[in-house]
Design a protein around this ligand. Structure first.
Ligand code: GTP
Ligand code: MG
Length: 200
């Protein structure tokens, strides 16, 4: 699939303010700083469509981008950022839960996981939540340029083995790096195939 047009649409403080659910939608979610906004920029080949920062907690709203006038990409705030207050973390939980559980046109989530780390508690419990809520998702294994390819494979297999303990079918993984521009085609192919399942 080619991306011919892409533009920022809206930032919404909650699901009631989001654009009408009239097109297939894909949302990026994961820990703060894992690379959600960067990956959106890589997909559309723009440096600054989504705002990036080396300080965690940059994205705080539900940001909609419209692609080819035909489907939505959504940049969400990250979870697990230790430096925010408990009140803010709870607000995040409510915002995300509402969005994930109620957004009618959400075709799939992209859950981003840092390829360098062993399985982290908050990612695993988020995966369990998605599973028990029957929310479709695939996992993007990010920042693979920061470690050796062999280590990426080891970490990937380790993650899959870990999930096998609770999952009958292990979720799909795509390895990505915005530095090496890897994973782009796989992600766009997935979206293109999934768009075919869209029914109004
Ligand atoms: P929040 O909005 O705070 O939740 O963060 P985010 O998940 O949107 O992360 P963001 O895209 O802002 O990236 C965080 C930092 O990681 C930035 O300094 C990026 O340049 C860097 N980064 C993102 N992806 C990659 C990657 O594939 N490789 C490398 N080396 N750095 C990356
Ligand atoms: Mg962000």
């Amino acid at each position: 699939m080619q991306i011919k047009e892409n533009r920022f649409l809206t930032s919404s403080p909650d699901i009631t303010k989001c654009p009408p659910p009239d097109k297939p939608e894909y949302a990026f979610i994961g820990r703060s700083n894992v690379g959600k906004s960067s990956l959106i920029n890589m997909l559309v080949r723009k440096k600054k469509l989504a705002k990036i920062s080396s300080t965690p907690g940059k994205t705080q709203l539900i940001n909609h981008f419209i692609i080819n006038e035909n489907w939505y990409l959504v940049d969400l705030p990250g979870y697990g950022y230790a430096k925010v207050s408990k009140t803010k973390r709870q607000a995040w939980g409510k915002l995300i839960n509402d969005y994930i559980l109620n957004r009618k046109n959400l075709m799939s989530l992209f859950l981003l996981i840092d390829s360098r780390l062993p399985p982290q508690k908050n990612d695993l419990s988020f995966i369990d939540f998605l599973g028990s809520s029957s929310i479709p998702f695939i996992i993007l294994f990010t920042k693979t340029d920061k470690i050796k390819p062999k280590q990426v494979d080891l970490n990937l297999n380790n993650y899959k083995e870990h999930l096998k303990q609770t999952w009958e079918v292990v979720p799909t993984f795509i390895a990505s790096s915005v530095v090496n521009k890897t994973g782009r085609k796989e992600i766009l192919d997935f979206i293109s195939e999934t768009n075919k399942l869209w029914k109004k």
